[in-house]
Design a protein around this ligand. Structure first.
Ligand SMILES: [Zn+2]
Length: 258
């Protein structure tokens, strides 16, 4: 087989065709292709998954997931695309196609695949809320700092709907949170939750491998009603993603002991 160097959008397309990335696999729900780097998946009447492909230094081209909750003409955004350019595209699409203006933003944790586009939000005057630990980590790394902090949990209202962010402990990162949308029964797990196609724990340098299974255990206990579970990367699914993550953690720690 011949290899050729692929860059930019063409690589995003290639990644999309690969079952380790993009939005392909067990999910047969319709998706809207906004451009070669942005896809939207309507999960429920009010909730949309955004998957965006960007180049992350040291990792190459990566598809990452985020979430949008819409009520009336207002929206909450959970995670930005990595780049300001894709964040701008996403906000413009929300304005033009869903007629929804983003009224608040919560990043899952301090990494670039969660808040890389925060400056675009700041320029638009969109308030951001984050785990206090996320704010501290961002500050210590000279990154833009989300506006307001919370410690254990935070309720955000959009129109008639509510989303609650919970910090349940370290895992993929020390500050990672989950977001629960009770009306939709959607759990946005972010990078602490692995897609079924994932066979490794991914990037773990900033995380806590000992705390990770404990934190996933808390997530399982707290959201028994979750019907849709969205990981940070790859296919969404149901609660089986939490068990898959626990299985991977077990394999990972057994491999480390060998
Ligand atoms: Zn991360």
């Amino acid at each position: 087989m011949k290899f050729r160097i692929v860059t930019g959008w063409s690589l995003c397309l290639l990644l999309l065709l690969n079952d380790t990335a993009g939005l392909k696999g067990q999910n047969s729900q319709s998706r809207w292709i906004i451009n070669k780097q942005i896809e939207i998946v309507p999960l429920t009447e009010h909730a949309y998954l955004h998957a965006t492909c960007d180049s992350i230094p040291g990792f190459g081209w990566v598809w990452s997931n985020g979430l949008i909750l819409v009520s009336g003409h207002k929206a909450l955004l959970f995670d930005t695309p990595v780049s300001d350019a894709n964040t701008e595209h996403l906000l413009t699409w929300l304005d033009d196609s869903l007629y929804a203006a983003v009224k608040g933003f919560i990043p899952n944790h301090w990494h670039t695949d969660c808040m890389g586009g925060i400056n675009t939000l700041k320029h638009r005057g969109i308030p951001s809320y984050a785990n206090e630990l996320t704010r501290e980590l961002a500050q210590s790394k000279n990154l833009p700092v989300p506006d307001k902090g919370f410690t254990d949990s935070l309720n955000l209202q959009v129109g008639t709907l509510t989303a609650t962010a919970y910090f349940l402990g370290a895992a993929h990162s020390m500050d990672n949170i989950v977001v629960w949308i009770p009306s939709e029964k959607i759990l946005f797990g972010g990078c602490m939750v692995k897609a079924l196609s994932s066979t490794t724990m991914g990037y773990t340098t900033d995380g806590d491998m000992n705390a990770w299974p404990i934190t996933i255990g808390r997530v399982k206990e707290k959201f028994p009603d979750a019907q849709v579970v969205v990981p940070g990367h790859g296919d969404w699914g149901g609660k089986e993603l939490l068990d898959h993550t626990l299985d991977l953690l077990k394999t990972n720690s057994q491999n480390l002991k060998k």
